[in-house]
Design a protein around this ligand. Structure first.
Ligand code: SAH
Length: 243
């Protein structure tokens, strides 16, 4: 009887121990991802003379990216590469996520909008940096998956909506910054309308299916904008639903 109880106790200990070891390995992979982002930023001194903001890196070092990908594998989750999440959608490479977040210049009192929720990973980062994040996804199963993971991980300042992000989310704005994570050849005017003066829109501008210009558009006054190109990127298409 005693031996049987001991065996059960040992079996119970074995499970959490395995899980703890895996979490430790994921933490190492995550730390390596942050170093890879730093190294990548170093190579791009023209686009990033000051490197990526430490606040952004700190938040990315704490968020479990592997929880946002289909099989939760840490070797895949923390490589500096995009990851496919189904429905022809991908989470961008960590360096690009870090760069776009950096360019959005998010502060703790900000309300921010993301177009293209995908897995919810970019929204999670914005959720840790801003007061409120609103994110719109065209593909319902992706939006539902993102809502679940963001809810499970306790992001109660993230609102997810299914819809065409071209229209933005007026009821959630106006926004201090907007990040678009799908490629489109022009700037959707509703997004500029919903941006505060002094706010920034960060987006891949250019034809889908090829490379685009990662662009920062600053709203300098009512009806006035100023744009700058940061680098070439490759994003999945911004889809316009047919009415
Ligand atoms: N930011 C995401 C990755 C997004 S990939 C992440 O962190 O995981 C781009 C996403 O944009 C895809 O999920 C795609 O379905 C979505 N998308 C494409 N066109 C859209 C539109 N018109 N409105 C909202 N989302 C759109």
């Amino acid at each position: 009887m005693t031996i049987k109880l001991l065996a059960i106790a040992l079996a119970m200990l074995a499970v959490p121990h395995g899980a703890v070891a895996q979490e430790a390995s994921c933490a190492r992979e995550r730390a390596a991802m942050i170093e890879a982002i730093r190294a990548h930023a170093q190579q791009d001194k023209t686009a990033l003379p000051q490197g990526i903001s430490e606040d952004v890196l700190k938040v990315m070092a704490a968020i479990e990216r592997h929880r946002f990908i289909p099989d939760g594998n840490c070797a895949v989750g923390y490589a500096d590469r995009p990851v496919s999440i189904g429905h022809r959608s991908t989470i961008s490479q960590p360096f690009i996520v870090a760069l776009m977040t950096h360019l959005a210049e998010v502060a703790p009192d900000h309300t921010v909008l993301e177009i293209g929720t995908g897995s919810g990973y970019q929204a999670a980062i914005l959720g840790r940096l801003a007061k409120q994040v609103c994110t719109v996804e065209l593909v319902a199963p992706l939006a539902v998956g993102a809502m679940k993971v963001l809810g499970d991980l306790g992001y109660d300042n993230a609102r997810v909506r299914v819809g065409d992000g071209y229209q933005g989310w007026p009821e959630c704005g106006p926004f201090d910054s907007i990040i678009v994570t799908a490629a489109i050849g022009h700037v959707p005017s509703p997004l500029i309308d919903q941006l505060k003066v002094g706010g920034r829109l960060v987006m891949p501008l250019g034809p889908p299916g090829n490379v685009q210009y990662l662009t920062v558009i600053e709203k300098t006054g009512p009806g006035e904008t100023k744009g700058r190109i940061v680098m070439l990127v490759r994003f999945v298409p911004f889809v316009r639903p047919k009415n």
